[in-house]
Ligand binder design. Sequence first.
Ligand code: PLP
Length: 396
Amino acid sequence: MEIFPTALDLVRKQSPERPVAMVRRAAVSVAAQWFQANFKGDVFYAVKANPSTWVIETLRDAGISSFDVASLGEVELVRSLAPEARLAFMHPVKSRSAITRAYFDYGVRTFSLDTHDELRKILDATGNAKDLNLIVRLATSGEGSNLPLTNKFGAQAHEAPALLLATRQATQDLMGISFHVGSQCMRPTAYAAAMSAASRSLVRAGVFADIVDVGGGFPSVYPGMVPPALAEYMDVIDRAFEDMKVHETTELWAEPGRSLVAESTSVLTRVELRKGDALYLNDGSYGTLFDATHAKWPFPVKLVRADGTDAEGELRPFRFYGPTCDSIDHMPGPFWLPADVREGDYIEIGMLGAYGVAMATGFNGYGQTDTVFMDDAPMASLFGLGPRHISTPRSA
Ligand code: PLP
């Protein structure tokens, strides 16, 4: 398999017609190693962030043996690539058939829930299995996170104690709590707040937890969004876990998605037309640029001119349109590029390893992305921002 040293090399050799995911396996390995060395518990990769085969294989080879899956499709995917992996089905709403198949056909033993109805469903669908690990998902405020996940899932503080008690009584194996502070969480203290709220609910319920799962939300670095070092998040979680006064045997888990994969991948797109400061690209919000539209994130960009000549002119702000007929397919940016950018130029868009390729649809016949392996540094490092995981040693 060919590995390209630079984006220009790729453009010269292939003149790609379709968007190309430029992936760096080393970035994923480094992130996985950092997380395993610095998080004092079990690391479950949240497959939804990037379910590409190469990601699962790279993480598996870097020692990640636990995966957070959200659908039967993800269960099947991980089982096919990492047959021995431990899977936790952490979507709080699942179909009966997905639960049954996950349990009986794929050996999944850990399921999350946030209602009494889902608890009953899990018990029914597994024939009241005795070896279930049941994790109660608690609501968080989502404060400090750029993409809160708060409204949809999680038992509220007033309903949590009864649910925790019922779940404790239902399981003959492990019972745990989980939460998600929201994705791209910019405040380490959000974890401490969620853990102390969980403690209060456990005390009110009069039960203990075998598992404390702090979920995902660990941030990456995007232009204009520079969070505290990840090491700080680890320190806050360590202290909060101690403060929870859990049993000696209580396990600490996390489900990072974004922070393991975001840096690894950039996407090479082509300018099909320029209208003033608007560039019409062959990729957009129905492809890998969902967050550039819906969260208005100004991802880092770099011009790659097909003939290799340097672009001229000062950098100036551009906005992007995607290839579909929908006018929502608009990425406001601003994306700073040389003033003379023109049709046929390529633009490398960085930090798309998480919720980028994973989000692509086939709308309007677009959305197919090729994948190539790269040997260069991830694009974040162009901004002197990364690789984060190497540059953030933990305090002693
Ligand atoms: N765990 C659960 C249950 C999630 O829903 C998500 C993301 O939506 C994650 C983990 C991963 O979160 P992140 O990518 O912010 O780390």
